[in-house]
Design a protein around this ligand. Structure first.
Ligand SMILES: N[C@@H](CCC(=O)N[C@@H](CS)C(=O)NCC(=O)O)C(=O)O
Length: 229
């Protein structure tokens, strides 16, 4: 992918995703766009080069983060807000359960990952943890602690006896949902930290296998979106 400075500004009516191939929050949005069949142009923001902190990107994202989705003439950041917007404006295929109780349960799962796990182990947090406690293992130990806490809660929530035992194949039953779009990128992060998902969280491992067997899951995955060179 080209650098952001060499990319043209969004054209009227165009949908543009500013993302980073390994960013789990970016993967959530790439996945929703592909699942819903929304055409988009991808612009890579290289987090390792600090491109997220450029003036041009800060103008799109006040927190200087990816993803940002330019759609319907506005720049949206915060991946869960983006998923909700896509669901409200392009509801088919739906990524939320129809009934209120399963929908609330799905949002609970989304928040376990998006609010209480991923933000505690993203790049800027790990860098800060290492500044406070320098050492070769600080980042890994910090990330592992919060991923374990989040996945333990996710796995236990799946076991709640809502309408009978969880039977999969996805987080909320027979249909892919926003919860899966948050969970699977977090599994990718967990593996990068050396965690054995199948050994510790069998339900999560089964959901991951089912999700990665979908066409949109495979096409949105980091390795399918790695920049050339
Ligand atoms: N709550 C935000 C989190 C976004 C986020 O953490 N993005 C990370 C990549 S996954 C980022 O841009 N990090 C850049 C940095 O920490 O400097 C969302 O859901 O979109």
């Amino acid at each position: 992918m080209n650098s952001p400075s060499s990319q043209p500004a969004p054209q009227p009516g165009e949908t543009v995703l500013y993302h980073y191939w390994r960013s789990s929050s970016s993967w959530r949005v790439r996945w929703a766009l592909l699942e819903k069949g929304i055409p988009f142009r991808a612009v890579a923001i290289d987090l390792l080069k600090g491109e997220q902190r450029s003036d041009a990107h800060r103008a799109r994202s006040p927190l200087a983060m990816v993803p940002v989705l330019h759609i319907d003439g506005v720049d949206l950041s915060e991946s869960v807000a983006i998923l909700e917007y896509l669901e409200e404006t392009r509801p088919i295929p739906s990524l939320v359960p129809a009934a209120a109780k399963p929908r609330a349960r799905m949002r609970q799962l989304v928040q376990i990952i998006a609010a209480d796990t991923q933000p505690l182990q993203n790049l800027s947090v790990l860098e800060h943890a290492e500044r406070l406690s320098p050492g070769p293992d600080t980042r890994r130990r910090w990330a592992e602690h919060y991923i374990r806490r989040g996945f333990d809660a996710y796995e236990a929530t799946l076991a709640l006896p809502d309408g009978g035992p969880w039977s999969g194949p996805y987080s909320c039953g027979a249909a892919l949902s926003m919860a899966d779009l948050c969970l699977i990128p977090q599994c990718y992060n967990a593996r990068r930290q050396g965690l054995d998902i199948a050994a510790c969280w069998p339900r999560i491992a089964a959901i991951e296998a089912a999700c990665l067997a979908t066409d949109s899951g495979r096409r949105s995955a980091p390795e399918a979106n790695k920049p050339e060179g």
